[in-house]
Design a binder for this molecule. Structure first.
Ligand SMILES: [Zn+2]
Ligand SMILES: [Zn+2]
Length: 273
């Protein structure tokens, strides 16, 4: 299967609660289509998870970061392990394009410089060729001749987070959208509009509303956004594991979404169609 999404983490940033019956890692999704291979969000331990699936984490060259919360933004760790792995394998230095919200480069180096007091090159030799692409609302970055990625500002964390949802448009017209962490807002609807597949967070428990607080969606709201946006397939993710899958799907239906719904699980490999 060439065109697929591998779910590396369908959970949130908190684990081991009594009602969490299975381990779900924090976010990370590997999207592969038409020669494009992009990691969408990068929580801790991404290198370990990719390795456990037989995927060479040193070969990830494009990463999208939705925002700077710790369950999404541990890409400095991936850069460190990838660059060293490549060096141990006598491969060329790591080349990585990291795409994310305004502040990405400054925040990356703040973490890196906390660890290391010297530049990467002086510690490790020629280590990495990093390109930072910072997107404002509706900014676009070309992934190749055919495909482009557009970021949409979304409301998250009491409106204080600089957060993006993303739409990736491929040359054949296929659209993949991802919410990152978001409340119900215009940016999220725009990002999801006409998506063949909309990977959407649903981290709020059924019956709760965090619209104006942490700025997350419950399954009902995810269904509403998907219906409003004309989405083909809705894949829910970033959930705590408290609500039953059937209840979540029922809520999506109540929100007005009638098409295909899937509740993502860790290590799902989902065809893009
Ligand atoms: Zn967040
Ligand atoms: Zn999150």
């Amino acid at each position: 299967m060439k065109e697929k999404l591998t779910v590396l983490g369908s959970g949130v940033g908190v684990h081991g609660l009594p009602y969490q019956k299975e381990l779900r890692y924090p976010p990370g999704y590997l999207l592969e289509k038409d020669g494009i291979r992009i990691l969408l969000d990068c929580s801790e331990g991404m290198d370990t998870r990719l390795t456990s699936l037989g995927i060479d984490y040193g070969s990830i060259h494009t990463v999208f970061i939705s925002h700077f919360h710790p369950d999404h933004f541990q890409v400095a760790n991936l850069v460190f392990s990838s660059a060293l792995k490549r060096r141990h394998e006598n491969k060329s230095p790591l080349k990585m394009r990291i795409i994310g919200p305004i502040g990405l480069e400054k925040n990356f180096w703040a973490i890196w410089n906390m660890w290391w007091k010297s530049s990467p090159n002086s510690i490790f030799g020629t280590l990495a060729d990093l390109e930072f692409v910072e997107l404002s609302d509706k900014d676009t970055n070309r992934l190749n001749d055919q495909a482009k990625l557009t970021g949409y500002s979304v409301w998250h964390d009491h409106g204080k987070a600089t957060a993006l949802a993303v739409k990736i448009e491929f040359g054949d017209g296929f659209i993949f959208s991802y919410s990152g962490d978001s409340s119900v807002c215009d940016g999220l609807v725009e990002a999801a509009t006409n998506a063949n597949i909309f990977l959407c967070e649903a981290s709020v428990h059924i019956g709760e509303d965090k619209t104006k607080e942490s700025g997350h969606l419950n399954p009902f709201q995810a269904g509403q956004v998907a219906a409003q946006s004309g989405v083909g397939n809705l894949w829910l993710t970033h959930y705590w594991g408290k609500d039953k899958e059937k209840q979540m799907i029922d809520e999506v239906r109540k929100g007005g979404f009638k098409d295909n719904v899937h509740i993502a699980r860790d290590f799902d490999v989902l065809p893009l169609k």
